[in-house]
Design a protein around this ligand. Structure first.
Ligand SMILES: Nc1ncnc2c1ncn2[C@@H]1O[C@H](COP(=O)(O)OP(=O)(O)OP(=O)(O)O)[C@@H](O)[C@H]1O
Ligand SMILES: Nc1nc2c(c(=O)[nH]1)N=C(CO)CN2
Ligand SMILES: [Mg+2]
Length: 204
């Protein structure tokens, strides 16, 4: 359904998923990711305009959403997990577990997985081969879904701003400063907000 709101083509999502599945030759054990998250306090960091106010995080585990990882690594905080569709991320430290989404508009970026050591490949079509699908849409809300699904004890959000209509400068490598959100980005952030609200309010 979300696909049709944006005019994304399912066929392209499949092509991208197939390529990512082909590129991943060494499987990272999903059980280790679950072990890392289960019962722990998790910080999930987005690419909102407040990102550069962060200088330390006290949670047990840090998950960065895509472009947010560039800033965190810059200030010496290497995330434990990076959730990315590869359009924001520019730095590839060895330690993090990379949860990488293949979609129809990032086929030309999939080669970046070769820079990564530990990869869990995701699709937004029915998963096959080494692919996994945890749910969610943007990198930020997919991180929240992941943490919830893997039974985090507490989830705290940082630099997630669904009010201002401003996109943080770390969202894309070519931004020099914070920018007003385009119509498409506003729509994406609104979907992210709704998913996050639903997930955080859900109690088993
Ligand atoms: N104001 C904001 N600006 C940018 N990102 C935000 C903001 N508030 C929350 N986020 C979260 O931070 C995440 C990382 O940002 P980034 O722009 O790198 O994401 P993205 O999902 O890959 O978006 P895009 O489709 O534009 O590539 C977003 O997925 C979003 O969930
Ligand atoms: N085909 C396609 N799929 C997506 C896209 C996108 O730009 N194109 N962006 C997403 C979240 O930012 C999630 N899924
Ligand atoms: Mg992205």
């Amino acid at each position: 359904m979300i696909r049709s709101w944006f005019g994304f083509k399912e066929r392209d999502d499949y092509i991208s998923a197939s390529i990512l599945n082909y590129l991943i030759t060494k499987e990272y054990d999903e059980a280790e990711l679950k072990e890392l998250i289960k019962g722990r306090e998790i910080a999930i960091v987005g690419a909102g305009p407040q990102l550069d106010k962060i200088n330390k995080l006290k949670e047990d585990v840090i998950i960065a959403a895509d472009g947010a990882a560039n800033y965190l690594v810059d200030i010496g905080i290497v995330p434990d997990i990076i959730v990315t569709d590869l359009d924001g991320l520019q730095t590839f430290p060895k330690n993090p577990i990379y949860v990488v989404l293949a979609h129809g508009d990032n086929i030309n970026l999939l080669h970046k997985v070769k820079e990564m050591d530990k990869v869990i490949p995701n699709s937004q079509v029915m998963p096959f081969g080494r692919l996994r699908l945890y749910g969610g849409f943007t990198d930020g809300d997919r991180a929240v879904v992941l943490a919830k699904y893997m039974k985090a004890s507490k989830i705290r959000l940082y630099a997630m701003d669904f009010q201002s209509g401003i996109v943080g400068k770390f969202s894309k490598p070519y931004y020099q400063r914070n920018v007003p959100a385009s119509m498409i980005k506003r729509k994406k952030l609104e979907i992210a907000r709704m998913i996050i609200e639903q997930v955080l309010n859900y109690n088993e």
